[in-house]
Design a protein. Structure first.
Length: 663
């Protein structure tokens, strides 16, 4: 190895966050902080300085933020992202000769050593900074340098040398010719607030009907909007609204042969009426769809659309671009399979086609078409069965011109695949929440999502049910199970959703024992839901969503902390704002059948509560208030009465007149 002419002495390593060596960006939303840590050190004993460099990707000028030394060569710095788009950050560090000199001078003085020569050395270091300084500061530096090497009293010169004002002035103009710049420029994707905090409601437009068997329309959906808004949901997610194929159409309960009048699966996309850029004629027109988007916005609700890149045999793509599908030796096109299951009504797209460039552009055009109709949120069906490279490309292409667009990944697959899709650009991701039911499972999983590096790139969106998933817990637990899962979803995650009206009406009948398929699934038939049923959870859901809106601690994930309870059927956790002005404590009975009690331990000192004084816990679900003392308190929950508490902790405050109140 040949020696190089390199006088850079500082090493920068162990940078965090840095996803896969900088291959992928981290995620933030507008107004959030990017905190960066790194191991920074140099040879010898010289002092060093470091800065965090950051800028918008479209800008060329870096902004510098000083980094702070922590311990054991670890440094940290931070910056706030204030706009949607992409940011870039890196680090720079250098040996700081002035700091070294000032630090050592103080030590020598304390040891009684002669520092007359050292003061002259300092004068030279200060004088060296003059050419780098502004006119005003250059004059001040010149005066300081003159004083340090003057014949004034030694004590006065030492006092001047140690002056904090001189340290701050020199920090503006450090000598950085041999500074080390971190070799990577790391990226941040900054999304709008709804990417971090949202409540989704999934609804089939064709089932927005007041008469059994009648096909609902977009105008019927408009009538349903106040119901959704009153429950506090801010995203209305619609399954595919496109024409449904007729060839091999599935019947009720996924029967291989449809009966006359069966509407088929909305995910079997395409017919003579059009494909992914068309709407089902029985739903209405594109104008009707745009009106729905507009009316929803007036209610504070944003419409999200399902994008499923697959085709019915009748889809126009099949005739126009047969090369986009896999051809079988008998001349037929390969339909979708998950052996032994067969989906003859769906043709998967072949991403290995030689005509892939045209395919990619066409699929990008699908997103752009619906963006033109006013959609800015897309739930993507089964993205793990499509090309990773395609997703990285198409998401970047769309967000380049429409950075406000949100992509939700519906990928119930292996963890590494789910995480890769998030890294590639998906804004939010489905999770395994539906199947995490015990305290151990929930605690372990959410510590991974919220307290490890995963949180830097993976935004969870929690769904207790979907049209495909009716878990055994919901099947067996009755109404209390739906209460438990709604509280968990809405408070463990800042983003959550439900498939309704099945959820609020506690629909829990499986197709058969051991199946997670619904009996008489809405995927294959039009449902006539009685949304005004007296047993509906709509009131509870509205209360939970109001609690989320009124408590900013529940609008992000990273503060999630679990607390000990001496009963495995009780789970306790909290979320808080950075200044602890808003602390929300949640206790849930995970057993939907039996009453459970236990003692919980809370970190009240961390929350700024005095151990010797009482504090109030206000149950935001029932409006009940309790006075608690100390860190250890008793809890009891009967799921038939109340399955959970959502407490807001309120501190005791004493006024000048010795009057106590809670805030």
């Amino acid at each position: 190895m040949q020696p190089q002419e390199d006088r850079k002495r500082v090493m920068i390593e162990g940078v965090n966050p840095e996803i896969d060596g900088g291959r992928y960006p981290i995620k933030r939303t507008v107004g959030e902080t990017v905190e960066v840590g790194a191991d920074i050190f140099a040879d010898g004993h010289d002092a060093i300085s470091a800065v965090l460099l950051h800028r918008k990707e479209t800008e060329s000028q870096w902004t510098e933020t000083p980094m702070e030394f922590l311990v054991n060569d670890r440094w940290k710095g931070f910056f706030v992202v204030n706009e949607i788009g992409r940011y870039v950050y890196t680090l720079e560090s250098w040996v700081d000769h002035f700091q070294t000199w000032q630090r050592d001078l103080v030590k020598k003085v304390d040891a009684g050593q002669d520092v007359s020569v050292d003061l002259r050395v300092g004068a030279e270091i200060v004088a060296d900074a003059i050419p780098r300084a502004s006119v005003v500061d250059a004059k001040r530096l010149k005066e300081w340098a003159t004083n340090l090497k003057s014949s004034r009293d030694l004590k006065d010169r030492v006092h001047a040398a140690a002056d904090e004002a001189l340290k701050l002035l020199m920090a503006r103009y450090p000598y950085r010719e041999f500074a080390t710049r971190y070799e990577k420029e790391l990226r941040v994707v900054v999304d709008r607030t709804r990417a971090r905090y949202s409540a989704w409601y999934e609804m089939f437009p064709r089932s927005c009907t007041d008469a059994a068997g009648r096909h609902g329309t977009f105008k019927d959906c408009e009538i349903r909007l106040p119901y959704i808004a009153q429950m506090g949901f801010d995203v209305l997610y619609l399954p595919p609204v496109h024409p449904v194929g007729r060839t091999h159409r599935k019947g009720r309960n996924n029967a291989p042969v449809a009966s006359p009048g069966d509407p088929g699966s909305p995910w079997a996309i395409g017919s003579e009426a059009g494909g992914h850029k068309a709407v089902h004629p029985r739903l209405g027109t594109l104008k009707d769809f745009r009106n729905l988007v507009s009316r929803a916005s007036e209610q504070g609700v944003e419409v999200a659309l399902d994008i499923a890149f697959q085709c019915a045999p009748d889809h126009p793509y099949v005739k126009k671009h047969p090369e986009w599908f896999r051809q079988r030796p008998d001349g037929t096109i390969q339909y979708a399979e998950n052996p032994p299951k067969k989906y003859q009504d769906i043709y998967p797209i072949n991403f290995e086609t030689e005509n892939w460039r045209a395919l990619w552009e066409e699929l990008k055009g699908v997103f752009l078409f619906w963006i033109d109709q006013g959609v800015r949120i897309f739930r993507v069906d089964n993205p793990h069965t499509k090309s990773f490279s395609f997703w990285e490309w198409v998401i970047a292409e769309v967000k380049r011109d429409y950075p406000e667009v949100i992509f939700l990944s519906e990928a119930f697959t292996r963890p590494k695949v789910m995480y890769r899709l998030a890294k590639l650009g998906f804004t939010q991701s489905y999770t395994y929440f539906a199947w995490r039911n015990t305290k151990w499972e929930i605690t372990r999983y959410f510590n991974e999502l919220c307290r490890s590096e995963v949180r830097e790139f993976f935004r969870p969106n929690l769904w207790p049910n979907t049209p495909d998933i009716l878990t055994e817990y919901l099947q067996m637990g009755g109404r209390p199970a739906f209460v438990v899962r709604s509280v968990l979803a809405a408070t463990l995650g800042a983003n959550y959703g439900i498939y309704g009206p099945a959820f609020e009406l506690c629909e829990n009948s499986p197709k058969e024992f051991g199946s997670e398929e619904y009996l008489d699934s809405e995927k294959y038939e039009i449902k006539n839901w009685n949304i005004e049923s007296p047993g509906s959870l709509q009131g509870l859901l509205g209360r939970i969503n109001r609690i989320r809106r009124e408590n900013s601690a529940l609008q992000s994930d990273w503060s999630l902390q679990f607390h000990p309870v001496d009963n495995e059927q009780l789970i306790c956790y909290s979320k808080n704002t950075k200044d602890y002005s808003n602390i929300v404590l949640v206790i849930v009975n995970l057993d939907p059948h039996h009453t459970h009690s236990g003692w919980l331990e809370l970190p009240i000192k961390d929350w700024g509560l005095e151990p010797t004084r009482s504090y109030q816990v206000h149950d935001l679900l029932s409006d009940a208030r309790y006075l608690w003392h100390g860190s250890r308190n008793y809890i009891e929950l009967d799921p038939q009465i109340v399955a959970a508490h959502i407490f807001r902790l309120r501190r005791r405050v004493r006024t000048e007149r010795d009057f106590d109140y809670f805030m």
